[in-house]
Design a protein around this ligand. Structure first.
Ligand SMILES: [Zn+2]
Length: 246
């Protein structure tokens, strides 16, 4: 009798153990899936925040990040960085780029190279603090003096969050040559795309401090609005857009 009773009383308990193990296994599996999903969601949020805070470092290869990225082809830029010095390149980090400020040299006929060398010479002459990230010459050539990750000394109280473009001009009217203008449109579009801005974010030195700079665009408001519109058109036609609505 014992031989029969023993297996019968043992059998249900064994089944129960297997069932318990399966339930425990499933609970662990669900918990693991939950943890992985939660973690990947936070990584996702972090990437979006990172791409919004530092547009230049948007993680473009990650198709799961639905951040708008517009790229405009880089114009030819002659990079001649200034020596770090307190008068023209203080080496201070920029705190984001909210606007692009347009200037004119107020020195008719001077070249981009002369203006760049003038900024460089300030480290020795120590006369005043002035510079610009970019200078566009009479033939449309672009010289970069300061990385856009650092501030320039161009736009008074807006040096901390703007990129500056200085433009050469042939005469006292301050009107730019066609080549200078075309380079200005392209360079502005490139910078706007890089920092998720548009032509509407272009401002004049005049808008910052009331200074008559850039003279031609202060005296000819319609031409100024045309420049902003031309930058928007350039971004629209030459910029590559990538949206991922997920
Ligand atoms: Zn100016």
């Amino acid at each position: 009798m014992n031989g029969i009773i023993f297996p019968m009383s043992k059998l249900p308990s064994k089944k129960k153990t297997i069932r318990d193990n399966i339930i425990t296994g499933l609970i662990l599996l669900f918990a693991l899936v939950g943890i992985v999903t939660t973690l990947s969601y936070f990584v996702h949020l972090f990437k979006i925040a990172q791409a919004k805070l530092f547009p230049g470092t948007a993680i473009e290869e990650d198709i799961n990040v639905y951040v708008k990225t517009i790229d405009v082809e880089r114009p030819e830029i002659d990079v001649q960085l200034l020596t770090i010095n307190p008068y023209s390149r203080p080496g201070i980090a920029i705190s984001g780029v909210k606007n692009v400020v347009i200037h004119y040299t107020a020195n008719p006929g001077s070249t981009a190279q002369q203006n760049r060398d003038y900024f460089e010479g300030l480290k020795d002459r120590q006369e005043l603090k002035v510079s610009s990230h970019f200078i566009i010459g009479l033939d449309g050539e672009i010289i970069q003096c300061i990385p856009t990750s650092e501030i320039s000394y161009a736009s008074n109280n807006r040096n901390g969050d703007t990129v500056s473009i200085e433009c050469c001009h042939p005469d006292k009217s301050g009107k730019f040559t066609k080549k200078t203008y075309n380079s200005l449109v392209w360079l502005s579009a490139f910078i706007c795309a890089k920092y998720d801005l548009s032509g509407d974010d272009l401002i004049r030195h005049y808008d910052v401090s009331g200074k008559l700079c850039p003279k031609y665009f202060v005296e000819n408001e319609d031409k100024w609005l045309k420049l902003k519109a031309d930058v928007n058109t350039f971004i629209k036609e030459r910029g590559s857009k990538e949206f991922n609505d997920e």
